[in-house]
Design a protein around this ligand. Sequence first.
Ligand code: MLT
Length: 254
Amino acid sequence: MQIPDTESGLPLVFLHAFPLNRRMWAAQQEALAPRFSLALDLPGFGDRSLVEPKLEAYAGDVADQLDTAGITRAAFVGLSMGGYVLLRLLALDPKRVAALVLADTRVTPDTPVVAGRRDAQIARVRAEGLGWLPEVMLSGLLGSETRSKNPALVQQVDTWIREADPLGIEHALLAMRDRPDSTSLLSRIRVPTLVLAGEQDILTPPGEALTTARAMQAHFKMLSGAGHLSNLEAPAAFNAALAVFLKEAVDGYS
Ligand code: MLT
């Protein structure tokens, strides 16, 4: 196990989007080095075993992984589902969170329409497995510019989706469908916060992210040309926003 190097700043913990895994953060980890960072697999993804399909249990699993790594306090970056889990961690274990970055995510629960779509997806995964999922998801996950200009990234995301465990997908859909409203948390956040939004994100539109940022008095940055998976689509801008936030708002204040 790697030991966090506190000399190079607060440790940084990355929480991935649905239905990907910790490998989506490789470019951020490399760019932010030598700061110690850990990209975690959420339950049922990558190497991680399933837990109860509730976001609280996912946040508990994150806390367990951090205990194992000896990390009592960190700056966290959560993208989309990773942000949902981060908000639950903040509710359950606020002392652990010294700063938070919410990327392409939302604080509100599923609408009935979205919850119904998740139920239909669960039924289809049970009946057919995952072969159909990339085609359904890619146009929401990646912006139009990425889809036309970056076939390698389209292929990479497609592969990650196909490699996922169907049961992990099913549990995550249930956990996201049943997630609570985190809006009331926002005015209680007392740590530095950055909200990032891909300009072409149609799943969690930037206007909604800006409303969230205002409610938290957070720093806000829109990433031009990026869709929902903004860290993969606009890595240079994403990494620069993260580095500036850590340097100016987090290090020395935490
Ligand atoms: C994600 O990227 O994690 C998903 O779009 C989240 C969701 O389906 O709500």
